[in-house]
Design a protein around this ligand. Structure first.
Ligand code: PLP
Length: 417
């Protein structure tokens, strides 16, 4: 048993006792204590967009830490938060007029759900049912697990999870079943529908079409059901556009953003809401205010990092990098698709994925086996069950991406032999 007191997330310590220590990182490369250089092909859990230790983000963090490190945000404000909120308003759909800060993707979703319920309560309507999508993932807190897929990873907590209505994933050719199920729950008065636009991430990198997303949005609008877009993973260019919702031409009622909001350097999240949702909480009655906060809400250092991220989007060719990375991913994916073990190769924007052999489920032995084999080859890839995906920082070089796919090819050969 390891001597370290650290208990790692989503890690079975009984199977992985030796945890590699990372001492530094730059671009898409991690440096370990033992001297290895590891290519980060999953952007350190999908957060690192412009590469590790981006000098502008690092400088913004350092400067802000010397100026104002932290201030209670209930009833107080500061320049980095005001600037960031204005910057987000300018870039996100125009109907999203209000910005509520929090610290993680999960919390941004919890906030979205609470905003939706508060909206209906203050309008005097009894609507509290939440519609969700099969295979969805929105975080690991009790509320976000409730709106996510149920499985082995939340079995212990099942008795505490609240009841939701889950609609089928719109697999290609089966979209109508999704629309019918959504129409039913909306007609019955669902308060809100929460969904990951275009890609269900942790559920297995499952892609669906933009026109399907648009139709789901139309159904919700028809019945007044609030549409919550969880773009925690898909936001900040991952799917080829700043937001995945853009590809469907829709503006959600509530938008959750985190991960790439600081370029991946420091935790921060926002939940953006349309004016009617803010207005429903606006009153002289204290009982009607929005009852949510955390100690570090809108931490100035994190906001400064996010402002540096926005400046990078404005001043560096980020969209160009995204488009080039997408093309390179496509070319590699096409090559790897010829391997007899590869099933359903797919790509959207900067995300490439495929399944290895037939469905195995999240807890299959294949995932940790592959993870260890990738680690031996100095590549950070973390398959979801039998799904391998590559989601690197946008700055990854041709050579680095080539090394990632060489490792994948090698690992597939080893598994197949
Ligand atoms: N929502 C989506 C779509 C996610 O992919 C994730 C994390 O992977 C979350 C929410 C939770 O974010 P966090 O891990 O920052 O709490």
């Amino acid at each position: 048993m390891s001597q370290s007191p650290v208990w790692h997330p989503f890690t079975q310590h009984g199977l992985q006792d030796a945890i590699p220590e990372v001492v530094g990182a730059e671009g898409a490369v991690l440096h370990t204590r033992s001297g290895a250089q590891v290519i980060d092909a999953i952007s350190s859990w999908w957060v690192t967009t412009h590469g590790h230790a981006h000098p502008r983000i690092a400088a913004a963090i350092a400067e802000q830490a010397h100026k104002l490190d932290q201030i209670i945000f209930a009833g107080w404000t500061h320049e980095p938060a005001e600037r960031l909120a204005a910057g987000l308003r300018a870039r996100m759909p125009a109907s999203l007029t209000r910005v509520f800060f929090s610290d993680s993707g999960s919390t941004s979703v919890e906030v979205a759900l609470k905003m939706a319920l508060g909206y209906w309560l203050h309008r005097g309507e009894d609507r509290h049912r939440i519609a969700v999508m099969d295979h969805g993932y929105h975080g690991d807190t009790i509320g976000t697990m409730s709106v996510g897929a149920r499985g082995a990873f939340n079995r212990a907590y099942e008795p505490l999870l609240f009841d939701v209505t889950s609609i089928p994933f719109p697999a290609s050719g089966h979209e109508q079943a999704t629309f019918d199920a959504l129409e039913r729950v909306c007609r019955e008065g669902a308060a809100a529908f929460i969904v990951e636009p275009l890609v269900l991430g942790a559920g297995g990198m499952l892609f669906y079409r933009a026109d399907t997303l648009a139709e789901m949005h139309r159904i919700c609008q028809r019945h007044g059901t609030l549409f919550i877009a969880d773009e925690v993973m898909t936001g900040w260019g991952r799917t080829g556009t700043l937001l995945a919702c853009e590809q469907a031409g829709i503006a959600p009622d509530i938008l959750c953003l985190s991960k790439g909001i600081t370029g991946g350097a420091i935790p921060l999240a926002v939940t953006m809401a349309s004016e009617p949702i803010f207005a429903a909480h606006y009153s002289t009655d204290r009982a009607q205010m929005f009852f949510h906060s955390s100690s570090y809400t809108a931490n100035p250092i994190a906001c400064a990092a996010a402002n540096a991220n926005l400046a990078i989007w404005d001043e560096e060719p980020v969209m160009e990098r995204i488009s080039v990375l997408g093309e390179r991913q496509e070319a590699h994916l096409r090559q790897i698709a010829a391997h007899p073990l590869v099933r359903d190769p797919r790509r959207l924007g900067t995300i490439a994925a495929f399944d290895v052999g037939d469905a195995e489920g999240y807890l299959s032995d294949l995932a940790p086996r592959m993870l260890a084999m990738f680690r031996e080859r100095n590549v950070l890839l973390r398959p979801l069950g039998n799904t391998v995906y590559v989601m690197p920082p946008y700055c990854i070089t041709d050579d680095e991406l080539g090394t990632v796919y060489d490792a994948i090819s090698d690992v597939l050969d080893c598994i197949g032999s």
